[in-house]
Design a protein around this ligand. Structure first.
Ligand code: UFG
Length: 336
């Protein structure tokens, strides 16, 4: 049985990926520092799969802790999610973001090099494209200057990995996520935003649940059909499965070059108002919303060209937007 390390494995995408790894027959080891996740997620993973992943509470920006882990564990691959991810906060606290997101990455890669470990999957983001000149966005679209320190950690992270692949023969894949939403169909795991949600879907579900009074739709004067901004919302379970596909590509040595990047989205864009309507229809809830000013830093539209991911990873999305929204709502109503 191949043993896969999932860093940040108690987080939103990490926990769903841990489940899919177990379903696919991998042995999962999770590292999480619990800075933005709860230990009970471990138990909730095992409620779904019947297996509790091995867990280590480790702070990856502490090199001694990273070294100690690898001294005692041999692994066949790493899926690296652990990172701070709040765009706005990163503007206020750039050094914390660089220390955490870049420091942890460097320490992991050093251990991989020194111990001759291979197969690294990196959690990247479509934020590297900024406002792309052409839609849908292909992997060949130019990288734009980062809008935030968070976005910059993804760009620099990819470069660090690419340099390591070149120098040390590491094989790695960066997955550029579009907008992950939804929750596991059992509602045992999902997104747990701290405080007031910054992302659209948790704000929508909390508003429908009466936790927030009203959803603010940020801007209806964009150059889009209904004036609201367009994103590519992907079900987190489909996204999780893309990691398994990427891992299998590396483990079976099917990769074309030792550093590859793939877009992971649905290929379909939805506007904020389309999301509101789709949520109302899928859940039979009325959503209280109002149009307000644009949010600083937001782009007009981003959705993926998934041709390369579909072909090379032999992966495609299986779930609809409605299923994703319904699963997010089921998860929300399962809280408390
Ligand atoms: N939006 C609202 N109201 C809200 C929240 C969001 O109208 O209360 C709108 C935003 O303006 C945007 C869309 O909903 O048009 C999606 O916003 P999210 O915050 O959910 O997602 P973003 O596309 O802004 O950000 C996401 C990830 C980031 C990542 C980025 C890459 O959260 O981590 O995609 O483009 F960097």
């Amino acid at each position: 049985m191949k043993k896969i390390l999932v860093t940040g494995g108690l987080g939103f995408i990490g926990s769903h990926t841990a489940v899919e790894l177990q379903n696919a027959g991998f042995e999962v080891v999770i590292i999480d520092d619990l800075s933005n996740a709860k230990l009970e997620v471990l138990n909730n993973i095992s409620k779904i799969t019947g297996k509790t992943p091995e867990f280590h509470q480790i702070d990856l920006k502490k090199k001694d802790q990273v070294v100690a882990f690898f001294e005692n564990n041999t692994i066949d691959g790493i899926i690296h999610f652990a990172a701070f991810k709040a765009v706005g906060e990163s503007v206020q606290k750039p050094l914390e973001y660089y220390e955490n997101n870049i420091g942890s990455l460097v320490y992991l890669l050093q251990e991989m090099r020194d111990r001759k470990l291979d197969n690294f999957i990196f959690s990247s983001s479509c934020t590297v494209y900024g406002q792309a000149d052409e839609l849908p966005i292909t992997e060949n679209a130019p990288i734009k200057p980062a809008e935030s320190p968070y976005g910059n950690t993804k760009q620099v992270g990819e470069e660090i990995i690419q340099d390591t692949c070149k120098a040390n023969g590491l094989n790695a894949i960066a997955l550029r996520y579009f907008n992950p939403i939804g929750a596991h169909e059992t509602a045992n795991i999902g997104e747990l935003p701290l405080g007031v949600p910054q992302n659209l879907i948790p704000y929508v579900t909390q508003t429908a649940a009466g936790i927030r009074e009203q959803l603010s739709v940020f801007g209806d004067d964009y150059n889009t059909p209904d004036g609201t901004a367009i994103r590519d919302y992907i079900h987190v379970v489909d996204l999780a499965k893309a990691h398994i596909a990427a891992l299998n590509r590396l483990l079976s040595k099917k990769n074309d070059t030792n550093f590859e990047v793939f877009n992971v989205g649905t290929g379909k864009g939805s506007s904020v108002l389309e999301i509101v309507k789709a949520f109302e229809k899928a859940t039979n809830q009325n959503l209280n919303y109002k149009i307000v000013e644009r949010r600083a830093g937001d782009i007009t539209a981003a959705y993926a060209d998934t041709t390369i991911a579909n072909e090379k990873l032999n992966w495609k999305t299986e779930k609809t937007l409605e299923e994703a929204l319904l699963s997010a709502w089921k998860w929300q109503t399962n809280q408390v």
